[in-house]
Design a protein around this ligand. Structure first.
Ligand SMILES: NC(=O)c1ccc[n+]([C@@H]2O[C@H](COP(=O)([O-])OP(=O)(O)OC[C@H]3O[C@@H](n4cnc5c(N)ncnc54)[C@H](OP(=O)(O)O)[C@@H]3O)[C@@H](O)[C@H]2O)c1
Length: 295
């Protein structure tokens, strides 16, 4: 059986890749910095202690491994982290790397995370390890960043100019990754991954209204109105620049296109916003006040 090493496995997408591979009874090893924390999150999986900053730990983790799921946190160390894995994988004879990238990845991008992905993709192609590149659109889970504010105010603010976004559920990204790790025939391909249909933030608000039973209204902000919100959020500079750029791309229609790759690869239609809203309704809802504590 093919042995697969998963990196970034405790992450938003990675956690679901672990589940998707477990469902398929795949032989997996999970690179983790802290096995105790990872065990609490991932349950019963085989761990390889390791760190992207420690190439020897990567070489040890890669022994006997044929396929690698490559994902690291966004940030200034991202390119160094992922290229260290690529180099170690090439050296140890890995036969396939499935890289989690992003739609609009481009080494010339002004958006930091898209530039980093573009640089890593270029390095991966030069490595000559057969590769599958997954470029998902905007994650539905990004909405969780503003869930508390939506619960408190009933308002969903975003600078989208009413444009549509073919946002994707990370569970579909993970299912697609699992299939391309296990099945032959995808090496050399780059897949833009989207949800089933482009939707506006007004559609998102409607889905949240239905799921929570409380009215949620979408409020479109101008770029000027949104800027101080990003600045006040206390984000690292690169992330504030990146998020502002993502919404700029949305306003330019850069996330409206849908592709059928999730369904073609996994055999199941991509999940829509209704299911996401139902599954995460609690995050967008104020906690109930226990009886006797109101007023
Ligand atoms: N948000 C979007 O709309 C969107 C859209 C398209 C693509 N993407 C891409 O999706 C990716 C994010 O994936 P994700 O959400 O699954 O990841 P994530 O939640 O950011 O998790 C990062 C992972 O990297 C691990 N990690 C960090 N530093 C490490 C180190 N030094 N050594 C070993 N492991 C380390 C973390 O492990 P620990 O548990 O040890 O911290 C964690 O498992 C990014 O590349 C992003 O650009 C995002």
């Amino acid at each position: 059986m093919t042995r697969i090493l998963l990196t970034g496995a405790t992450g938003t997408v990675g956690t679901h890749v672990v589940h998707a591979l477990r469902d398929r009874a795949a032989e997996t090893v999970v690179l983790v910095r802290d096995p105790e924390v990872a065990a609490a999150r991932l349950g019963d999986v085989r761990f390889a202690p390791g760190d992207f900053d420690d190439p020897d730990s990567l070489r040890r983790a890669l022994r006997g491994v044929e396929c690698v799921y490559l994902s690291a946190a966004d940030g200034p160390r991202k390119v160094a982290h992922e290229t260290t894995v690529i180099d170690a994988a090439a050296e140890s004879g890995v036969q396939r790397i499935v890289k989690l990238s992003a739609m609009h990845a481009d080494p010339a991008s002004a958006l930091p995370a898209f530039r980093w992905h573009g640089e890593i993709e270029a390095r991966l192609l030069r490595s000559r390890v057969p590769a599958v590149i997954l470029r998902p659109a905007f994650f539905m889970t990004n909405l969780l960043m503003v869930a508390g504010g939506v619960a408190q105010t009933g308002l969903l603010h975003a600078p989208t100019a009413g444009r549509q976004v073919a946002m994707i559920d990370v569970r579909d990204v993970a299912e697609t990754a699992a299939v391309t790790l296990l099945a032959d025939g995808h090496a050399g391909r780059t897949y833009d991954l989207t949800g089933p249909a482009p939707i506006t933030f007004t559609d998102v608000a409607a889905a949240l209204t239905e799921a929570t039973g409380t009215t949620v209204r979408s409020v479109d902000l101008t770029e000027e109105q949104a800027r101080p919100r990003f600045e006040r959020a206390g984000l690292p500079d690169w992330l504030a620049v990146h998020l502002a750029g993502v919404f700029g791309l949305i306003r330019a229609g850069g996330f409206e296109r849908t592709t059928g790759h999730v369904q073609a690869i996994t055999g199941r239609p991509a999940r829509g916003i209704g299911g996401f809203a139902r599954d995460f309704a609690a995050a967008f809802t104020l906690p109930a006040v226990p009886a006797g504590q109101s007023g």
